[in-house]
Design a protein around this ligand. Structure first.
Ligand code: F0G
Length: 361
């Protein structure tokens, strides 16, 4: 890495450029969560909070590279399908690069904070009558017809930027105690991040910087109502079968056709990891538990904690493991979900006596 730099571009040696269209991104905290560590019962538990990126999700790491490429090629219009976070990141990085942006969102299924971001950063927003997978089908058609430059995670330059999550985790984790994590758990939607982490670790092994047995076990977590990757892992398939009907409170990962599965499935298998499905209630409980340690994340992010908790109970995660959970998006992305998971505000009169009475009652 480049010691003079911070964030994604600190790792430019692993990227196709020296610099990108930057806000800047990366350099996110690795939190300790002692109460969760104790309760779940692993040797060390850390939370890599990707919600602390400039637009509040890990997508920024991909966009700084992807939008730089788009500028380089001189394309007219940038486009993506999105469950929300990609659209917010594309809108912001497109604006930063002075480029036109178009986003396709599944109508009524995107959290309020994300639509607000895409809107204020100046994206043209199309609300599609269909789910995310339909949006991605359409935007791929548009890109194929030369109408737009595709910035979903099918774009390999996005994944290059997202590799830096892995590099940063290794550096931060090692700084604490000199070891690397045994396992990295992450929420899975399109499986782009899983593919990016796998590429990161494979490149490190091929360059001799990391031993094969030091590669963390990649562990994907999906919501039960939207779990085609888990199905493929459980059934030992080498492909994923598309789910036409998906539903979960974690709208960010409400995806039935994980397009990066061909790159991600080998990553999960070859690192000795696994995939697990969790219920919406387990996700909400984990979101609340993280919040009680001061770490505010959106529902999809909390799936990583819910998944590790479940795998620990099943004995698949061992008590002596050192685990990093990726939390991919910030609490404020989905204020409605946060309010539902949290406590109700209490109405009180507008005077001190009244407030004291209320507190004592
Ligand atoms: N967590 C959050 C908060 C996300 O927004 C996403 C994906 C994922 C996890 C899953 O990541 O697709 O790499 O497996 N959101 C995309 C979007 C689909 O449009 O914002 P993945």
């Amino acid at each position: 890495f480049d010691d003079d730099q911070w964030g994604v571009w600190r790792y430019s040696a692993a990227l196709p450029f020296e610099e990108g269209v930057s806000l800047p991104e990366g350099g996110t905290p690795l939190h300790d969560v002692p109460r969760l560590e104790e309760e779940i019962g692993v040797d060390r538990l850390r939370v890599k909070h990707e919600g602390m990126n400039p637009t509040g999700s890990f997508k920024d790491r991909g966009m700084t590279v992807g939008v730089r490429v788009a500028k380089e090629i001189g394309v007219g219009r940038l486009a993506c399908a999105s469950t929300g976070n990609t659209s917010a990141a594309l809108a912001a990085y497109g604006a930063r690069g002075g480029m036109e942006t178009l986003v396709l969102l599944p109508a009524g299924k995107v959290a309020a904070g994300k639509v607000a971001q895409a809107s204020l950063h100046g994206a043209r927003i199309l609300e599609v009558d269909g789910n995310f997978d339909t949006c991605l089908d359409i935007v791929q058609d548009l890109a194929g017809m030369g109408e737009a430059y595709l910035l979903n995670s099918l774009n390999p330059f996005r994944l290059e930027g997202q590799k830096t999550i892995g590099l940063e985790i290794l550096e931060q984790f090692r700084d604490e105690e000199g070891s690397y994590p045994d396992r990295i758990a992450l929420p899975v939607g399109n499986a782009g991040n899983t593919a990016a982490l796998y590429k990161c670790f494979r490149e490190l092994v091929e360059s001799g910087a990391l031993d094969e047995d030091e590669v963390p076990k990649l562990t994907g977590v999906q919501a039960e109502g939207s779990a085609p990757m888990v199905e493929a892992i459980e059934k030992g398939w080498d492909h994923v079968e598309r789910w036409d009907h998906v539903e979960t409170r974690a709208t960010a990962i409400r995806i039935g056709n994980p397009v990066n599965a061909p790159k991600a499935l080998p990553g999960i298998r070859e690192t000795g990891g696994t995939a697990v499905a969790v219920t919406d209630d387990e996700i909400t409980a984990a979101q609340r538990d993280l919040a009680e340690e001061g770490v505010g994340v959106e529902p999809a992010s909390a799936a990583s904690i819910a998944g590790v908790r479940k795998l620990r109970k099943e004995g698949i995660v061992d008590a002596d493991e050192e685990v990093v959970c990726l939390t991919t998006g910030h609490l404020l992305k989905d204020p409605d979900a946060a309010a539902e998971a949290g406590s109700e505000p209490e109405p009180v009169p507008g005077d001190t006596e009244g407030v004291l009475d209320h507190l004592r009652s």
